[in-house]
Design a protein around this ligand. Structure first.
Ligand code: KMH
Ligand code: ZN
Length: 307
């Protein structure tokens, strides 16, 4: 069978603890969920850190280190650290994990957007923690900053560490931003793209939009890219299914969607990985191992990280 890469984004910074009892918070919980996702077929684990007491997204370096080491102790999955961090985190804090831990792969958000989560407030009346409601509310007026200066500076750290960027593409103009970085010699092809659909403030998760992004990437980068898709909420599996048909890779996980199907919450990202593996099998596709993913993405290898 042909191979495809599954990434599992196990906790993220979008959902808050009130939204699901299954969202992993502590380093142990995050590592445990990473292992479940790995066992189910995920080759890549996308990691954010959260304050173990409150569940608030955190940029604490020691916390990140603990999570990375715990995942490493359980499995040989590729760890893709987030440099998106939590909404509102200073950019220097977001990129610190690349400098400190020199991961094989890390997210690099390819442009700015009004990353809007505030409509979720209409659905939840009581929160477990004080920070949750203001965190969601402030996003009505929040620009997630990834300016050309930020992109240049982040990319320089990636180059220095030999960390492969996973470019997060929320809208089509971000592909042009990346084309600019390539033409100015800052970023080398082939590039790895993660199309992130369905975030309010970015492109909605529709068939036309995924086809449009894919065609635009082909126009700009020719054959010199590989790509994956993730999508928010109930569009997750529709878009991942479509990506499989189009020859792309998939990201699932509780960062993007808390459900397994309508009315049924996912108890772990691993369950979502199992589901996409089942779907892919019908398409004649099997999940790539971490070693195969390293080869496909051209990664430096786990031995060359600092964790
Ligand atoms: N935390 C969000 C602002 C990433 O990991 O790089 C975006 C995000 C992307 O999660
Ligand atoms: Zn993320």
């Amino acid at each position: 069978m042909e191979k495809f890469i599954i990434s599992a984004a196990v906790t993220g910074a979008i959902h808050t603890p009130t939204m699901s009892p299954h969202l992993p918070i502590t380093p142990d919980e995050i590592a445990e969920d990473a292992k479940r996702a790995y066992d189910a077929g995920a080759a890549v684990i996308h990691v954010h850190a959260r304050d173990p007491e409150t569940g608030q997204p955190s940029a604490d370096s020691a916390l990140f280190g603990e999570i990375l080491q715990k995942i490493r102790a359980k499995c040989d999955a590729v760890v893709c650290t987030s440099t998106g961090g939590g909404l509102g985190m200073p950019v220097e804090q977001r990129v610190a994990v690349v400098k400190t831990y020199s991961p094989e792969l890390a997210s690099l958000n390819a442009g700015s957007l009004n990353f809007a989560l505030f409509p979720i407030l209409d659905k939840i009346k009581e929160f477990k923690h004080e920070w949750e409601a203001p965190y969601l509310q402030m996003t009505e007026d929040f620009i997630f900053p990834n300016t050309f200066k930020t992109l240049r500076e982040f990319n320089a750290y990636f180059v220095e560490e030999g960390t492969k960027p996973e470019f997060e593409i929320y809208d089509v103009g971000m592909l042009s931003n990346l084309a600019f970085l390539i033409s100015s010699g800052k970023v080398q092809k082939p590039v790895y793209l993660q199309f992130v659909l369905g975030i309010l403030g970015g492109l909605p998760a529709t068939v036309n939009n995924l086809v449009y992004l894919h065609n635009t990437a082909k126009d700009l980068f020719g054959e010199d890219f590989v790509w994956s898709v993730c999508a928010a909420g109930k569009t997750q599996f529709t878009m991942c299914n479509l990506a499989l048909l189009m020859g792309g890779f998939t990201r699932v996980g509780l960062e993007d969607n808390l459900y397994l199907e309508k009315g049924r919450m996912a108890e772990s990202s691993g369950e979502q990985v199992e589901k996409i593996v089942r779907i892919a099998k019908e398409h004649g596709l099997a999940p790539a191992s971490p070693q195969e993913a390293r080869q496909i993405l051209g990664l430096k290898g786990a031995d060359n990280t600092k964790f």
